[in-house]
Design a protein around this ligand. Structure first.
Ligand code: 2P0
Length: 336
């Protein structure tokens, strides 16, 4: 008998960034990272999995287009799910699958599309094959940051110490209701595909950047502790400073890479400038920016500050850049 399952998984935004692997195949990171998972209502991946004895091969469609099933990361995720299903059900789970997945936001523009995509894929496959328990170590093998999208709230992905990756898992640090008035604005500076993928950018950083070694050993461990304290006490001022510093530290590593990986553009830098001016005017940090491997900005702020900040952004950055600038407030409706 055929079975069909559909699930939705949200995007996550790292406030302590993951950049660099110690194992390329198992996707084991050099440092811990910490992120906020956004609400599923807006930016998300949606995946449908169908298993049927009538299917003769595994097939996948991404955003409506059939893709090859030869991608080793996809193969690894499905293999791990089948392995778990076999040991749980005591029988072989070799029935073929058809997978349809789509994102409702730009793919590969530095907007964590692979994180939502692989989290959703692994979760949906897990449901379809009746797999229980931790799925983060499987999602991680699709895309590192995907393991953080399997839970809501603030999530920490531990680098782990084992060579087999068994302790490199993600855990929820704070529940989604912990800081209920926290909001995120996504400023889409460009929705075109990034020039250097995260995977190859970080490989090059590991090979060539001395600053990455310093970041991994001396910066991230202490900053992660401070970040957790700031989240626990809901001190927005400190949370914002740590978030902005970590974004800049990550982009400094990208520039220290040879040849440099340049992700931010002039508009991104103007947004940085805008945020610092606004915070100075207010006498404390009211807004925090963070940039991933692309020019788009994620701004964290509290709900009470959303109307003023959105008003100013609309005035300072009118939606005309590349004819496609738009802005999404999560989960604030009036920011859209
Ligand atoms: C993060 N990024 O922590 C960091 C910040 C981009 C900048 O995780 O090679 O797509 O698939 O493990 O997960 C993007 O890296 O890379 C990422 P792979 P992934 O969100």
């Amino acid at each position: 008998m055929a079975s069909i399952v559909t699930c939705i998984a949200p995007v996550n935004i790292a406030v302590i960034k993951y950049w660099g692997k110690r194992d390329e195949k198992l996707i084991l990171p050099l440092n811990d990272s910490l992120s906020a998972t956004l609400s599923t209502e807006q930016m998300h991946a949606k995946t449908t999995v169908m298993i049927s004895p009538n299917f003769t091969k595994d097939r996948i469609w991404l955003n409506g287009k059939e893709e090859s099933f030869e991608n080793p990361r996809l193969v690894a995720c499905l293999r791990e799910i089948r392995k778990r299903a076999t040991s749980k059900n005591g029988k072989n789970c070799e029935l073929k699958v058809h997978i349809c997945s789509e994102n409702n936001f730009p793919t590969a523009a530095g907007l964590a599309s692979s994180a939502a995509g692989y989290a959703c894929l692994v979760y949906t496959l897990g449901k379809a094959f009746g797999v229980e328990g931790d799925l983060t170590s499987i999602a991680r093998q699709g895309s590192g940051s995907a393991c953080r999208s399997l839970m809501g709230g603030f999530v920490r992905w531990m680098k782990g110490t084992q060579n087999d990756g068994s302790d490199s898992i993600a855990e929820q640090v704070f529940h989604e209701n912990h800081w209920a008035d926290m909001r995120v604005l996504i400023l889409v500076v460009s929705d075109s595909r990034k020039k250097v993928s995260s995977t190859s950018g970080m490989q090059l950083s590991v090979k060539t950047s001395d600053l990455l070694k310093h970041r991994v050993q001396n910066v991230v461990p202490q900053r992660t502790k401070e970040m957790i304290q700031a989240l626990e006490s809901k001190c927005f001022h400190t949370f914002a400073e740590l978030t902005m510093r970590d974004s800049s530290s990550f982009h400094a590593v990208c520039l220290d890479t040879y040849p440099p990986a340049v992700y931010m553009n002039d508009v991104s830098h103007s947004i940085v400038d805008f945020v610092h001016r606004y915070n100075k005017l207010k006498g404390s940090n009211k807004v925090a920016y963070t940039f991933d491997a692309g020019p788009n900005a994620c701004l964290f702020l509290l709900e009470e500050d959303v109307p003023e900040v959105v008003g100013l952004i609309k005035a300072v950055f009118p939606p005309h850049v590349e004819g496609k600038t738009f802005m999404r407030g999560l989960p604030v409706e009036n920011a859209v």
